[in-house]
Design a protein around this ligand. Structure first.
Ligand SMILES: NC(=O)c1ccc[n+]([C@@H]2O[C@H](COP(=O)([O-])OP(=O)(O)OC[C@H]3O[C@@H](n4cnc5c(N)ncnc54)[C@H](O)[C@@H]3O)[C@@H](O)[C@H]2O)c1
Length: 252
């Protein structure tokens, strides 16, 4: 059920990495703002668990490995059979971090992080926009990609992760320029330290050290990223395109 005043009433949204952390919070926020949600994750059980928590009953979960083009196309086709429509909101939140120093990083780990984070964002964005154009619904569409504070400043032990996130920001800026002619906006959010399963392993001492550098002296919650993403997904941000928005408590 949607109601007047909801930011995303009637929109169909696809969220990758929907089974955890920021992706899950985004699904919740988009659904609470009236969107129908396609929750995509390589862990389809976790995506299903997300769907079970959403407001409304018209949402679906789909299995998708964002780094595999066939898996991306299959997932979009499954969603199309269900909704008979193409999503016009796309949130690329699927991501992995495999931390290690450059001198110890294996070629396999480097490839894996780039494959999921950067290539995955590319494949999902490319297929989503092709589908929007084919369906004639591109005008007013919005794509939001997950970059990172570390893509701007780098981080010890996160060379492949930081490089993938800087790449996502550049990819988004190119996409914003290429897709404006179709009415599709593309923006990046750059979270700092958000409390999710991805950051849960960080040792307490390191976490405290990082928090001391944040002017607001605290970490962020997934909902605080999700609210910004919902705004970027909505027509309220209709003149924001190719932007990168910090969500980091003021650390710079
Ligand atoms: N948590 C933070 O502090 C933080 C900061 C900056 C950026 N980010 C970015 O935000 C995004 C979400 O992070 P999070 O903290 O919610 O992480 P998370 O680990 O909680 O969730 C990531 C989700 O992505 C899914 N996933 C991983 N590989 C996939 C693949 N190949 N195909 C489809 N799904 C896949 C996982 O199954 C998981 O559900 C990531 O891109 C991350 O890099 C997070």
């Amino acid at each position: 059920m949607t109601s007047v005043g909801q930011l995303l009433a009637g929109k169909l949204a696809i969220v990758t990495g929907a089974g955890s952390g920021i992706g899950r919070a985004v699904c919740n926020t988009l659904a609470s703002q009236g969107a129908k949600v396609i929750a995509a994750d390589r862990n389809v059980k976790a995506a299903g668990d997300t769907v079970a928590t959403l407001q409304g009953s018209e949402h679906v979960s789909v299995e998708m490995d964002v780094g595999n083009s066939k898996s991306v196309v299959d997932a979009f086709n499954t969603a199309k059979r269900h909704f008979q429509a193409a999503p016009t909101v796309v949130v690329n939140s699927a991501g992995v971090a495999i931390d290690n120093f450059i001198l110890k990083t294996t070629e396999e780990d480097f490839d894996m992080v780039i494959r999921v984070n950067l290539k995955g964002t590319f494949l999902v964005t490319q297929h989503a926009v092709r589908e929007m154009i084919d369906a004639g619904v591109a005008e007013g569409a919005s794509i939001i990609n997950l970059g990172s504070y570390f893509g701007k400043v780098g981080n010890m032990g996160q060379s492949h992760y930081s490089a993938s996130k800087a790449g996502i920001e550049a990819l988004s800026k190119c996409a914003a320029k290429e897709f404006a002619q179709f009415g599709v906006r593309v923006n990046t959010v750059l979270p700092g330290y958000i409390e999710t399963p991805m950051t849960a392993f960080i040792p307490e001492k390191l976490k405290e050290k990082f928090i001391r550098r944040i002017p607001m002296k605290r970490t962020g919650q997934p909902i605080e990223a999700a609210e910004v993403i919902a705004f970027l997904a909505s027509d309220k941000s209709s003149y924001i395109n190719g932007a990168s928005i910090d969500i980091n408590g003021g650390i710079n």
